[in-house]
Structures are given as structure tokens and as C-alpha cells.
Design a protein around this ligand. Structure first.
Ligand code: 6R9
Length: 645
């Protein structure tokens, strides 16, 4: 672990909103009197009816979380309309296509017309306040328009990542009961086509409740068309009026549902509401990225993940920023692409994931040096722990040693960034997410729930609420309570382990539950297991994570075949293809080990701790194995282990 400390750059601090003294003062104020603090900062968004109530939270019992709950606002109006007078002609979105020859600038005024037309078109299709709209789109401006059109009319969007399979789409459509889907003919990534409409068609065979599909023409490729159900996006928008009054929404009316993997069962529908979420994402975007008027800001996430929601769309647009949206991938047409895009659009702030940094680091410095990157001022990291080696490379090579790095720790559930440096205020330690944002009260607890007072390692909890926190699991409040508030009474449990050092800095060590983080994407081991056992030749399976040089964690699957089935290379490929089809390419196992048996306790519980050790190639240190029903099983697994690195 690196203990190097990089001081705040004086020239950065001079221009920043927050320096070290101000951070301390504002943080203390936010903890001493959260109601006064948020009463003030809630004013950063425009309210149709101002709130008089600020915070109403109980982390015990039935758990309820409300912020600004008698206020009325509209999120889309905050992201668009309120900027029109001053920045109607300013670029809201810079869109950079997969093909380097394709890009466009969309002004706030143009975005207003686009969003209004789609909002009216949705209304014509019968979409009303509170209805759920599923969005299954590639990284094109229409994805942002669709989210904002929903927000404008009070519909709840559920964006499904374009890399998910038809079956994953079915689960998400059914869970929230949406009757309308917005998709595209095809997506385009790295020169390859992604058959979104065909996937949607396959999914919708199992979703009789979906009556309308709106299709964006992205590539013009041939697609199947269901008359009476399918409509072209450009046609419905052309027929709709370019003005649509924003619906007044209560602060606690839902804004969106976003599905994320947990340690058990199917993905959970994380529900975020309107007022608190917008205040929190706007405020974190401004302070963490030290966003100033005129800056060009680029977050490379996909809008299918929470990072895309909060830091491509809502936070930046609420601040009247210029946000770059990139359709492509880091290594197409070559591995200089990110840096070329930075030069082309004069990007000042660049926010990406450690997995991308590690992959580009492998290509060496030459592709980076092909671009000047002279516009860069600040770098960011999100999605998984960043190893100090990658951090230092990012800082030295990409940022030429002159750009601070904000390593931002947060989750789908938290809505926005919770633990992070502020670039003008926080001395950096490579590999540490550093200190809490305003209003955030982290604590490190031991296995018994006792809070560590001194430096040490344990599980990360949050002892109080913040406005961007999720409010419930859609349709299953009990699951919300059980998942987040029952492990440590009165606290929100993050599922992450961490160390806090002598300076109070947080070092996130990764998930402590059965969630693995593959290239910054969350995957429940249970989901991969159920996909594997759905294969006719598989009897049983257990899935764990293991350290992977590029992906952070890889997926290691132990598979027990049904009696009479012989293992083969061919079957291995078949199982990988099967999981890709069932869930999506991001869930494909990296390693499959044939397991004649799995290590179980006498009561039949799989001992995952042992499986993790074997997958990590740490089999010399298996811990207590005395409760194993059949110790011979472990010997076999160790001698046939797949990871010997
Ligand atoms: C925003 C996002 C959340 C999980 C989280 C943690 C890991 C995210 C991190 C990080 C270390 C960081 N994580 N950022 N770990 N340092 N800067 O990624 O949301 O997809 O819900 O994942 O990702 O394990 O619990 P989500």
C-alpha cells in the first residue's frame, strides 16, 4: 500500500471553490447541524414550491428517508429550462460518436425542444405521472433526452444497460411493470453493431404488458417491425409539439429505478426520488470536479449505470455544464482514442474507471503521448478500488503530473459521491478515496458492529442519511430494510470493507458480500450461479471472484456436472456462451473449474470462504476446515485449481 502523500497544488487551490480550511469548516458545519446545512444547500435547485421541511429520516424499524419533503420541483426544468435565459446557446451535450469522424454539439435550447417533443410523444402514447418507462439505448443523446422527457412528465425511468441480454431485460421490465420501451435499431461500439431492437423483440415475447416500443434509428440496419406496437422515434417526435410544460413533482416523487446486483436473488430496483437526488448530484458534481462555467467535462461511463445517471446527465446538466457523451470504447480505432477525444473537444475534466486505466496502461505511454492533453485540469476515478500503481501512472502519464485525481467512492444506492478528495482541499494518497463529502458520516465497524475509534480495518457503514440516498427497493421495502439496515442496527451497511488510517483517510478494500466487481460492473455471484444451473448439463455451481490484472476481479465458477456428463473444452465454451446469453457478456466466467463436489458443511452449506481461497491461489491458507462434511473434496479442488498465478 502506498503511503505517499501528494500535497494540494497551490495554483489549483487558488481557483477552487473549496480549500483545506473551507473543507474543514463546511464539513464540521454539515455534521453539527445537518438540517441547517441542507436547508441552505437545497436552494441550489429551483423549487416551484420551496420546502419548509428538510430532513425526516429513521434508519430503524420500517426505515423511512425523506428530504425536502414538502417541496415541489421538476428535475428536467432544473436541468434545462432554468438555463435557457443565460445559456440557451451554450453546448449542453458534446456527443462523440463511435466513428471519430462523427460528433455533434447540442445546445441547451436544442435539448429543450428535443426533450419537450419526446415528452409530448410519450403523453400521446398514454404515459402518465408515476408510469414506468424502460430505456434500452446506446450512448446517444436520445438516451439523455429520454431520461429527461420522463422526468419532465413525472414518469419513472428504468434505464437498462445496452449490454444486457434479452432475459435480463425481461426481468427488469416485468419487475417494474413498464408498458413502454424506448430502444434503437442497433448500437455501435468499436465498429461493431449491437442488435438492440432484436434483443428487445426477443425480450418482449415474454412481456405481454409492453404495448409500445419507440425506436431510434441509429444505424439504419434492417430490423423486425411489429405493426401497432413499434413506432419510429423521429416520427413520433416530429408529430409532437416542441413545448411541454414541466409537471410539478413532490421532492419525494420517484425519479428513476435502476437495477443493481446484490448478494442474493434477482437484481434490486434501486429507487431514487427527485429533490434530494438532484441537490446532491448537482452539489457533488460542482465541488468534487470543481466545475466552473465554460469547463468541458467528460465522464466515460455508460448511462446504463448510476455513474452515467448522476455524472453524465443529472449533476452536470443541473449545473448548466457542458457534458461529453461518448458512444465508443477506449481502444477503437486504437488505444489513443480517449486522449484524441480530449484534444478534439478540449476536455478539462476526465472521469473514468480503474479497469480502463489498467487496460490503457498496458499499451504503454506512446498512445497517450500522441495527444497533447493540454486542456486537462482534473482526473477522476470510480467503480472499484484503484491500485496505487495505476493511480500513479494515471497521474504521471495522463495528467503529466499536474492534474489532481479524485478517487470517488460511492454506489448505485448512494445516488452520488460520498467519499472523495476535493481537488483544491485534500492532499492525495494514491489508492485512497480519502475523506467524506459534506454531510457524510462514515464509520468503520467490526464483525460485532462495534465502531472502531482508532485507525483500523472493518466494514464501512454510514451512520446518517444524505439527500441522494436511495429510498427503497422498488416494490419490496422489506428487502431494502433487510439488505441495508439489518446487519448493523441504525446504520446503512455499504457491503464494502475498508481501512481508516491515522489521518482519517478511507481505503476501500472491496466488497465483503457475495457481490463481485468485474471491470467496475457489479455482479451478484448468485445471478451467475443460477444462470449456470439453468444449463441442462449442470447439476450445481458456486461462483466467486478472484484478483484479475485488468478487470480488478474475474469470475471463477466451480461447476458440478450432472451424472454421466463428461467435462470437455467444448462444454466449457458452451457454458460461457450460455451465461453471456442469459445475463450478458459482462457476466461471462473467466475460469471454470470442473468440481466433482463442492465443499459443504454437514448441514449442506457451501463453504464459499474455501472456494474463494482456492480461486485466489491462496490454498495454503484455507483456515478452519473442521466443519467440512467431506475433506477429500477440497484436495481435489486444490489440485485441479485454474488460477496458479
Ligand atoms: C458508482 C458505482 C458500487 C461498488 C461499491 C464499491 C465499488 C465504487 C469505488 C469503489 C473503491 C472507489 N466502488 N467506487 N471501490 N473505490 N472509488 O460504481 O456504483 O456500480 O453500484 O458499484 O463499487 O465496492 O460498493 P455501483
Amino acid at each position: 500500500m502506498s503511503e505517499q502523500v501528494l500535497p494540494v497544488l497551490p495554483q489549483f487551490a487558488a481557483k477552487a471553490y473549496v480549500d483545506q480550511a473551507k473543507y474543514r469548516q463546511m464539513y464540521q458545519a454539515s455534521i453539527d447541524d445537518p438540517v441547517a446545512f441542507w436547508a441552505e444547500h437545497g436552494k441550489r435547485v429551483d423549487w416551484i414550491k420551496p420546502y419548509t421541511q428538510v430532513k425526516d429520516v429513521d434508519f430503524t424499524g420500517d426505515v423511512h428517508i425523506r428530504w425536502f419533503h414538502d417541496g415541489v420541483l421538476n428535475v428536467a426544468a432544473n436541468c434545462i429550462d432554468r438555463h435557457l435565459a443565460r445559456r440557451g446557446d451554450q453546448t449542453a451535450i458534446i456527443w462523440e460518436g463511435d466513428d471519430p469522424a462523427e460528433s455533434k454539439h447540442i445546445t441547451y435550447r436544442e435539448m429543450h425542444a428535443q426533450v419537450c417533443r419526446l415528452a409530448n410523444a410519450l403523453k400521446t402514447q398514454g404515459v402518465k405521472k408515476g408510469d414506468r418507462v424502460t430505456i434500452y439505448l446506446p450512448m446517444i443523446p436520445e438516451a439523455a433526452y429520454a431520461m429527461l422527457a420522463c422526468a419532465r412528465i413525472g414518469a419513472i425511468h428504468s434505464v437498462v444497460f445496452g449490454g444486457f441480454s434479452p432475459d435480463s431485460l425481461v426481468n427488469r421490465i416485468e419487475d417494474c411493470g413498464s408498458s413502454i420501451v424506448i430502444t434503437a435499431d442497433e448500437g455501435l461500439r468499436g465498429g461493431r453493431k449491437v442488435p438492440l431492437k432484436a434483443n428487445a423483440d426477443a425480450a418482449l415475447k415474454k412481456c405481454p404488458g409492453v404495448k409500445t416500443v419507440i425506436v431510434v434509428k441509429r444505424t439504419g440496419g434492417a430490423i423486425n417491425w411489429v405493426a401497432g406496437r413499434d413506432l419510429w422515434y423521429h416520427e413520433v417526435c416530429a408529430q409532437a409539439a416542441a413545448d411541454c410544460p414541466p409537471e410539478p413533482m413532490n421532492a419525494e416523487d420517484p425519479l428513476f429505478i435502476l437495477y443493481t446486483s446484490g448478494s442474493t436473488g434477482k437484481p434490486k430496483g434501486v429507487l431514487h426520488t427527485s429533490g434530494g437526488y438532484l441537490v446532491f448530484t448537482a452539489m457533488t458534481h460542482q465541488y468534487v470536479f470543481d466545475y466552473h462555467d465554460g469547463d468541458v467535462y467528460w465522464c466515460t461511463a455508460d448511462v446504463g449505470w448510476v455513474t452515467g445517471h448522476s455524472y453524465i446527465v443529472y449533476g452536470p446538466l443541473a449545473n448548466g455544464a457542458t457534458t461529453l457523451m461518448f458512444e465508443g470504447i477506449p481502444n477503437w480505432p486504437d488505444s489513443s482514442r480517449f486522449w484524441q477525444v480530449i484534444d478534439k473537444h478540449k476536455v478539462n475534466t476526465f472521469y473514468t474507471a480503474p479497469t480502463a486505466i489498467r487496460a490503457l496502461m498496458r499499451e504503454g505511454e506512446a498512445p497517450v503521448k500522441k495527444a497533447s492533453r493540454a486542456s486537462l485540469r482534473l482526473l477522476g476515478s470510480v467503480g472499484e478500488p484503484i491500485n496505487p500503481e495505476a493511480w500513479l501512472w494515471y497521474h504521471r502519464v495522463v495528467g503529466d503530473g499536474r492534474c489532481p485525481i479524485v478517487d470517488t467512492w460511492w454506489q448505485t444506492e448512494t445516488g452520488g459521491i460520498l467519499i472523495t478528495p476535493l481537488p483544491g482541499a485534500t492532499p492525495l494518497k494514491p489508492g485512497s478515496a480519502t475523506l467524506p463529502f459534506f454531510g457524510i458520516k462514515p464509520a468503520v465497524v467490526d464483525a460485532n458492529g462495534a465502531e472502531l475509534q482508532a485507525p483500523g480495518t472493518g466494514n464501512l457503514v454510514l451512520t446518517d442519511s444524505w439527500p441522494g440516498q436511495m429510498r427503497t427497493v422498488y416494490g419490496d421495502h422489506q428487502r431494502f430494510i433487510d439488505t441495508y439496515f439489518s446487519t448493523y442496527k441504525g446504520c446503512y451497511f455499504t457491503g464494502d470493507g475498508c481501512r481508516r488510517d491515522e489521518d482519517g483517510y478511507y481505503w476501500i478494500t472491496g466488497r465483503v458480500d457475495d457481490v463481485i466487481n468485474v471491470s467496475g460492473h457489479r455482479m451478484g455471484t448468485a445471478e451467475v450461479e443460477s444462470a449456470l444451473v439453468a444449463h441442462p448439463k449442470v447439476a450445481e455451481s458456486a461462483v466467486v471472484g478472484y484478483p484479475h490484472d485488468l478487470k480488478g476481479q474475474g469470475i471463477y465458477a466451480y461447476v458440478t456436472l450432472k451424472a454421466g456428463i463428461e467435462p470437455s473444452e467444448e462444454l466449457r465454451k458452451e457454458l460461457v456462451a450460455h451465461v453471456r446469453k442469459e445475463i450478458g457478456p459482462i457476466a461471462a466466467p473467466d475460469l471454470i473449474q470442473w468440481a466433482p463436489g463442492l465443499p459443504k458443511t454437514r448441514s449442506g452449506k457451501i463453504m464459499r470462504r474455501i472456494l474463494r481461497k482456492i480461486a485466489e491461489n491462496e490454498h495454503g491458507n484455507l483456515g478452519d476446515t473442521s466443519t467440512l462434511a467431506d475433506p477429500a473434496v477440497v484436495d481435489d479442488l486444490v489440485s485441479n485449481r485454474m488460477n496458479r498465478s
